[in-house]
Ligand binder design. Structure first.
Ligand SMILES: Cc1ncc(C[n+]2csc(CCOP(=O)(O)OP(=O)(O)O)c2C)c(N)n1
Ligand code: SF4
Length: 309
């Protein structure tokens, strides 16, 4: 079929890059972000997707919500699959025309797929990696991942009323994947949240123009995981940035070139935490108050580190 016929058919049937009919929860931050990423990339792109909510909810066999070339293999190897696609395109002389993208959740990125992502970055391949960070292994029941923040309650770091440290939820600090990506010498590294759709679009556009590997990490609230209202997804994702907990950042050639300023009086972290059931235990007693202070310290340290005021 010629390209014109394909284009006309797509227009007639109103087919976009990522279409409705998928099985994601109402208010899923990941699907909103993935939609913006996909529409920005356009049809001349091949996406390799790790296992996770994005893959499972968009491709229940024999259906697919994807209106663009998209492949899934297993959980840990999206980066290796993307490398193979890139090599094949190079062999065919098509690598300048077709963009190659790998994507996955935070579990697939920070933990399980990390070795293969690191290898892809070491090889300097011209591939964009997009991480949808909902701060847990959502698809298998909200287990803690390397991206889970301090004191968040998950099914493997449950909050409780006991006196052990586990009672506060996760007692691990979130892994700094942005620093790890920068440590690989990537030419383009960016962080954003689904609260800022235009920012996602601009960062994807920039990332694909850059030669070599690039990395974009997007915070995407998960309704059952964060125990939040579906209608509050965008508000929560905005507050993550506005409090300093998840700043909007852009690094070019290893240098911080953009960080969204927050003004003189950024909202306190309570504003962000109180909208999420995964932190509700922190509002119940003195021990919780101490943890909120620690979380505020993380936000304040970011504000200082990235010059956000
Ligand atoms: C090697 C391997 N380990 C575990 C699983 C089971 N598994 C499938 S999806 C998933 C969670 C994915 O979490 P994440 O990457 O954070 O994406 P999310 O579902 O949160 O979007 C797990 C543990 C698997 N498929 N393969
Ligand atoms: S469980 Fe979370 S990440 Fe998965 S579809 Fe629902 S809202 Fe999205």
């Amino acid at each position: 079929m010629s390209k014109t016929i394909i284009k006309k058919t797509r227009q007639k049937d109103n087919i976009t890059m990522l279409n409705s009919g998928h099985r994601a929860c109402a208010g899923c931050g990941q699907l909103i972000a993935a939609k913006v990423v996909a529409e920005t990339l356009g049809p001349d792109t091949i996406i390799a997707n790790a296992t996770g909510c994005l893959e499972v909810t968009t491709t229940p066999y024999p259906e697919s919500s994807w209106g663009m070339p998209w492949i899934h293999s297993v959980f840990e190897n999206a980066a290796a699959v993307a490398s193979g696609i890139q090599a094949a395109l190079k062999q065919q002389g098509k690598n300048k025309k077709v963009k190659v993208v790998a994507q996955g959740g935070d579990g697939g990125t920070f933990d399980i797929g990390f070795g293969l992502i690191s290898g892809m970055w070491e090889r300097g391949e011209d591939i964009l990696y997009v991480a949808y960070d909902n701060e847990a292994y959502a698809n298998t029941g909200i287990q803690a991942s390397g991206a889970t923040p301090w004191a968040a309650s998950t099914t493997t770091t449950p909050s409780g009323s006991g006196s052990t440290i586990d009672a506060i939820g996760s007692h691990q600090r979130k892994k700094d994947m942005i620093a790890i990506a920068l440590g690989h010498g990537l030419n383009y590294v960016a962080q954003t949240t689904v609260g800022y759709l235009e920012d996602i679009k601009a960062k994807v556009q920039k990332a694909v123009q850059v030669e070599g590997p690039s990395y974009i990490q997007i915070l995407v609230p998960c309704v059952p995981g964060w125990k939040s209202e579906p209608s509050k997804t965008i508000k929560i994702a905005k507050l993550a940035n506005q409090t300093g907990l998840y700043p909007l950042l852009e690094y070019e050639n290893g240098i911080l070139t953009k960080a969204m300023k927050l003004g003189e009086n950024p909202p306190k972290v309570e504003e962000y935490l109180k909208l999420q059931g995964r932190f509700s235990h922190l509002f119940k007693n003195k021990q919780g108050k101490e943890q909120i202070k620690k979380i505020q310290e993380i936000a304040d340290a970011n504000i200082l580190k990235y010059g956000l005021k």
